[in-house]
Write a protein that binds this ligand. Structure first.
Ligand SMILES: [Zn+2]
Length: 270
């Protein structure tokens, strides 16, 4: 499932492509992907310009010039492609937003969705349960220490808990623990001060690094997109069971933690 870096990468690239562009046509092929009747969705979206695209946790928000907002969550298996009809991936398209001869294709939206809201306030209400954004400037070391203070639970489990901290999922929680040299099954409550500091720094480093390298999505966002997916080969532990740790050479281990696949180095993570 795309996590914060994947959605941030989409946000940056789509803003370059779509800012101020008019949505000339809307096509709904799967009614379950939206939250209103197709004709209502089309009536509200067609003819609108995209003012900006923002990210919150693993969501993207498309702000329209009528004040309405499209809220996207790709969930498991969802992705996007932007291009002409000729470039269109040979996949089933659930929703299509057209910008003249170019189209934004929403693909693999089975659990994922593109919902419409009348105002940004409505979206805020919808997302009110989400924890702090780890890359916002107000998420300081002090704020992280306060968050961790008196909280119990395994590091892995807490990192992917969207009410604790937003945007981190199965892959980056493992990569963050690896970078921090911490075992994902350790309890937050047993971390020493220096380990908490390291964990905070690793969250910052890994997420920024992943954004810089385009995240781990398998498919490019558009033709000749060389950025998206660049982090795939840079993952150190995720999905690398049996491979050698790049730090110490020990074989990476896979283990289930809270029924989540978890990958780590049993030697250099303590
Ligand atoms: Zn190692």
């Amino acid at each position: 499932m795309p996590e914060l870096p994947e959605m941030e990468n989409y946000k940056i690239l789509l803003n370059q492509k779509l800012l101020g562009r008019l949505i000339s046509n809307v096509q709904i092929n799967r009614e379950k992907s939206i939250n209103v009747l197709p004709q209502v969705f089309i009536q509200n979206v067609q003819g609108q310009k995209i003012i900006t695209i923002q990210r919150r946790a693993k969501h993207l928000l498309f702000l329209l010039d009528n004040g309405q907002v499209l809220l996207l969550h790709l969930m498991l298996g969802g992705w996007m492609y932007f291009g002409s009809k000729e470039d269109k991936p040979k996949r089933t398209i659930q929703v299509q937003l057209s910008f003249g001869e170019e189209h934004l294709y929403f693909i693999g939206l089975r659990l994922g969705y593109l919902h419409i809201y009348q105002t940004t306030e409505e979206v805020d209400k919808e997302l009110a349960d989400l924890g702090p954004e780890p890359l916002e400037s107000d998420f300081t070391l002090g704020a992280f220490r306060e968050l961790v203070n008196n909280r119990r639970g395994r590091i892995k489990t807490k990192l992917i808990d969207q009410q604790f901290l937003s945007g981190i999922g199965n892959c980056y929680s493992d990569e963050i623990c690896y970078h921090a040299g911490l075992l994902p099954k350790r309890g937050l409550e047993e971390l020493q001060m220096n380990e908490t500091v390291q964990l905070y720094q690793s969250i910052q480093f890994v997420l920024h690094d992943a954004i810089k390298h385009g995240g781990y999505m398998d498919n490019p966002l558009y033709k000749n997109d060389t950025l998206t997916g660049g982090y795939n080969e840079l993952c150190k532990v995720y999905d690398r069971e049996g491979e050698s740790c790049t730090r110490c050479g020990t074989a990476i281990v896979k283990e289930m933690i809270s029924s989540r696949k978890t990958f780590y180095c049993p030697n250099c993570q303590k």
